[in-house]
Every structure is written in C-alpha cells, then in structure tokens.
Design a protein around this ligand. Structure first.
Ligand code: FES
Length: 103
C-alpha cells in the first residue's frame, strides 16, 4: 500500500470507505482520520486511544492512506503488509478496511 508521511493535499475530497466482511460503507473525507469518519456514520470500529499509540484499531486495508504524525505505531513490516491504524490514517483514495484481519 503506497503511503506518505505528509499531510493529504486534497483535503476537500471525500472518498468511499467500506468494511469487509461487514460491507458497511461510509464517506471518508480526506481531511479526517478514517476512524472518525466511520464513527460519524455509525460504523463501529475497534478503538481505544485514537492517537496512534495503542494499536487497538490496527487492521489490514486496501487503498492509500497518509499519516500526519511522524511515525504511527506500526512497524515497517506491518506497513509493507498493508496494516493501518484507522484512528490516525487519512485516506488518499477509496479504502477497504479488512476488519477480519486486525493483526
Ligand atoms: S485507537 Fe489506539 S492506535 Fe488507533
């Protein structure tokens, strides 16, 4: 999953997000973390700290995301295996959250 550590430049864009296997869909504005968008839509995702440190929200995903914090609580190996932290991950594309694979 391509990823950048720089803030999203397309803050006005709204992407589509979906959970798998639940099939719940929600709008995912580029300017806010995926977890926040999910909660606003009534989609419950596992979470705790909501600041990228506890890893409760860890799940694998398809799509592109960016982080505004220097190094979220993910190893390079986890990033390479498409794991993300939805509480601090900003979408750069449509995203599918594979909630069955939460690490
Ligand atoms: S809720 Fe703690 S890292 Fe996402």
């Amino acid at each position: 999953m391509p990823e950048t550590a720089s803030p999203p430049s397309a803050a006005g864009l709204v992407f589509s997000a979906r959970t798998e296997p639940e099939g719940e869909r929600f709008d995912a504005p580029a300017g806010q973390p995926l977890l926040q968008s999910a909660l606003q839509a009534g989609v419950v995702l596992r979470s705790s700290c909501r600041n990228g440190t506890c890893r409760t929200c860890l799940c694998r995903a398809r799509g592109q995301v960016a982080y505004r914090i220097e190094w979220p609580g993910l190893s390079a190996e986890e990033k390479a295996e498409n794991y993300i932290l939805p509480c601090v991950a900003y979408p750069l594309s449509d995203v599918v959250l594979l909630t069955w694979d939460q690490g």
